[in-house]
Write a protein that binds this ligand. Structure first.
Ligand code: UDP
Length: 331
């Protein structure tokens, strides 16, 4: 029988790609999203319920109605700087509201949970690539809020027999290859969409946050992973739990780092456009390099990224950018 997946935050960037991938894999989905940052237009598959995780009564009703077999949880605030300025917002939404979801799952007897965690739970890396057994010492409230949920999940697993996969994302990027959905944050803070805004002439240029890091070219190095590859890893994680797998934490990245300058150069090549760069100061809280070790995800899930090349990641993001803003590439 067709299994139903409850997707909290399924109108957001990664959640909407998951909803699409789950639909294509034949799952029934219900997206539950308050549309604070998500977009109704991104929910083109399955059912949609406008709702807040703070509203436990509505959550209970939705669980009674849809009887989900599993939950995927993307609904969280995710801006490091904002989390430093407004930690309460992060703990209320990312932690307290998630506890409502776990409570309703436990009451309903729904046991399988896929959690959107983050490499920010590791803090400043002691070694690269970062493996899952690296100490988790987050350096900002965002990372701490995600680690708190990982800890809650471990306790729920021990006490109530619920099972989870913590998926610790590195830098999600790119868009659906058919440009049906893509990245659309308001306000946008992420490097690749900002670089593409500059390429499209929507912004005068892009600022590089720090050029004096201890990295090959002095700019920060990150591990960019295509959002479709993230989505496929979630589906494999779901099947892993359905097949009786134990609770586990897995990194999701490409295992390869690119500097901010390399990203900008690649975007110049992909778009054929000039991208003006200004060199700015470091951004508070940025570790110099974050690159994920991904052997465990490969071994446990059989997951290998299908789109590991930066050109493809930026290329799909550019195709979506053009569609969204109705501009031509100039190529
Ligand atoms: N970055 C930058 N200029 C920008 C936005 C980001 O130089 O306008 C840098 C940022 O300091 C980090 C990298 O690009 O080193 C990736 O940042 P992003 O916000 O995309 O993701 P994060 O690594 O913070 O999750």
């Amino acid at each position: 029988m067709k299994k139903n997946i409850f997707i909290a935050g399924g109108a957001g960037y990664i959640g909407s790609h998951l909803n699409l991938a789950a639909h294509e894999r034949g799952y029934g989905t219900v997206v539950y999203d308050n549309l604070v940052y998500g977009h109704k237009s991104a929910v083109q598959w399955g059912d949609f319920v406008l709702g807040d995780l703070e509203d436990i009564k509505q959550l209970r009703l939705v669980f009674r109605h849809f009887r989900p077999d599993a939950v995927m949880h993307f609904a969280a605030y995710a801006c490091v700087g904002e989390s430093v300025a407004e930690p309460e917002k992060y703990y209320l939404n990312n932690v307290a509201a998630t506890l409502n979801l776990l409570r309703v799952m436990r009451e309903a007897g729904c046991r399988d949970f896929i959690f959107s965690s983050t490499c920010a739970t590791y803090g400043i890396p002691r070694q690269t690539p970062i493996t899952e057994d690296h100490p988790q010492v987050p350096v900002n409230p965002y990372g701490r809020s995600k680690l708190m949920v990982e800890n809650m999940l471990a306790d729920y697993a021990a006490a109530y027999g619920m099972r989870h996969v913590n998926l610790r994302y590195f830098n999600a990027a790119g868009a659906d290859r058919r440009s049906r959905i893509g990245e659309d944050h308001q306000p946008e803070t992420h490097l690749i969409p900002l670089v593409l805004d500059a390429a499209a002439g929507k912004k005068p240029g892009v600022s590089v946050f720090g050029t004096d890091y201890d990295t090959p070219d002095g700019t920060c190095v990150r591990d960019y992973i295509h959002v479709e590859d993230l989505a496929q890893a979630h589906l494999l994680a779901l099947e892993y739990l359905f097949d009786g797998g134990e609770s586990i934490s897995l990194n999701l990245g490409n295992g390869q780092g690119y500097s901010v300058k390399e990203v900008i150069d690649c975007a110049r090549a992909v778009t054929g456009r000039e991208i003006r760069v200004t060199e700015g100061p470091r951004r508070a809280g940025d570790p110099p390099a974050l690159v994920g070790g991904t052997e465990l995800a490969a071994r446990v899930l059989g997951w290998r990224p299908a789109l590991p090349r930066l050109e493809d990641i930026i290329g799909t993001a550019w195709a979506w950018h053009k569609k969204r803003f109705g501009h031509e590439s100039g190529n």
